[in-house]
Design a protein around this ligand. Sequence first.
Ligand code: HXC
Length: 531
Amino acid sequence: MKDTEKFDLNDKELKETPEKIKKFRELIENTTKQDKEKAKLQNEKGKFTARERLQYLLDENSFFEIHSLVETRCQDFGLKEKHLKGDGVITGFGRINGREVAIFAQDFTQLGGSLGLAHAKKIAYIMDRALEAKIPIIGLLDSGGARIQEGVDSLDGYGEIFKRNVKCSGVIPQISVILGPCAGGAVYSPALTDFIFMVDGISHMFVTGPNVVKAATGEEVDLNTLGGSKAHAQKSGVCHVIANSEQDCFRQVRELLTFLPQNCKERPICSSTLDVADRQTPMLEKLSCMDPGKPFRIHHIIWELADENKFFEIHRDYAKNIITGFVKLGGEVVGIVANNSDYLGGALDLNASDKAARFVRFLNNFNIPILTLVDIGGYLPGVEQEHGGIIRHGAKLLYAYGEATVPKITLVIRKAYGGAYIAMGSKALGADFNFALPSAEFAVMGPRGAVEILYAKELKASAKDKTEELKEKLTKEYAQKFASPYQTAASGSIDEIIEPSKARSIIIRALKVLAKKRVAKTNESKGNIPL
Ligand code: HXC
């Protein structure tokens, strides 16, 4: 018997779409259809709509939406008549480079993407699913903040999201993409995530806007100066990656994900590369043997070492004395932390310590080996630094390296002086392999400073017109003693002095040796990082 006979359906019934299905399709179409006028307004601001964003960021046809029919709970202040689509946020799952992610996109065309109770619950729900499924969560934020009409309900909504940001922290990668306003306490959800992307000209983040700033402090400041992408990429350090358009931003988010595992139990995917492991790195020979007082951009060394010379930099414009980011070496993802003598002589200061410490902790959480490139004369001196808390901030970096159990490889290029030598992935702090180039210098402090202390009496006793000459001579002698890595190699504080041109192949070999490194946690306590 045919199915149609079994269910007793006549020809007309077979051809026509049932009413219930028609109604359902209409409803979904209405809910997911973008209002043209509102889309035009959004596009005129140089912004995509929430659905366009999902389409551009995710793999083609991979978006799978949930809770599209959720409605606004609050009926006051005319909200009932507004019929906000999905309560102003689109939530669901998609794929990026073929891998699953959970995602939400705030819809500014629906009451400014403001966050009410139902909106918050939708975000919280997919965060819970992402945490259980152990997949990254991405937020596309474009919102006027707490929905004023919903009062404390919307504030509680934020609290629920913050709580989940903390639960997800270190378990799954969390990425925030700011694509419009992000104001008031709303900024703290992105701030609790691992990476914040901003787009020049359209992204703004601030706790209190220009008007409140003026009323409270008398300062006059425009929106961009106060909370634009440049302010946060260069000054506050809130923004990790800056993009010049939304499309550029989505490309960079997709690229970042190629360096990340799906969760803290996995490792990043190892990719194939045509760049051979034993490619020579002659640039290191030239750069490392330059006068130690002459600055250069450490990027040249990073590019030379990396597969296909590619480096994905994090916090590019912030605390440029230390450089952080991702490379691949022999196809394996590696996190780079490197002193950059081209900015503040590469000295460690407040911001550089915070920047590097946070990055090292991220790498450690997500099983990404750390390659530290050392060229550092010490901590940045000065009253501002001391009173700003360089002791407290510097301690964060020591803590981060000290607790990291992922493979840690350190290469000393030129200077490794004093406390900064210890902080930068030293053997004493638990690095697995510490290499040095023949140009490396190890000392408790720089030669001139050391001579002034060691020979203070002799310098004082010398004839006034001869003091400088004597100081020069003693400085040279001291430098000769310490201006090489051989004494340090003899003591075992470094594991090997290596040929600069073989640096890439040796580091890749060391990574292979450490590929299965696992360190059992001995400490039951969670520790207390000096924040
Ligand atoms: C309700 C809001 C809203 C909000 C915007 N809208 N923000 N509705 N609650 N927080 C609505 C507007 O009324 C308008 O509705 C639509 O969204 C678009 O807003 P416009 O002002 O027309 O757009 P634009 O000129 O681009 O300005 C965007 C804006 C501005 C800069 C975001 O709307 C603004 O300043 N909003 C208030 C921001 C704010 O102070 N939020 C509270 C932050 S405190 P119609 O119907 O006209 O389309 C906070 C606390 C969180 O968030 C605490 C967590 C712990």
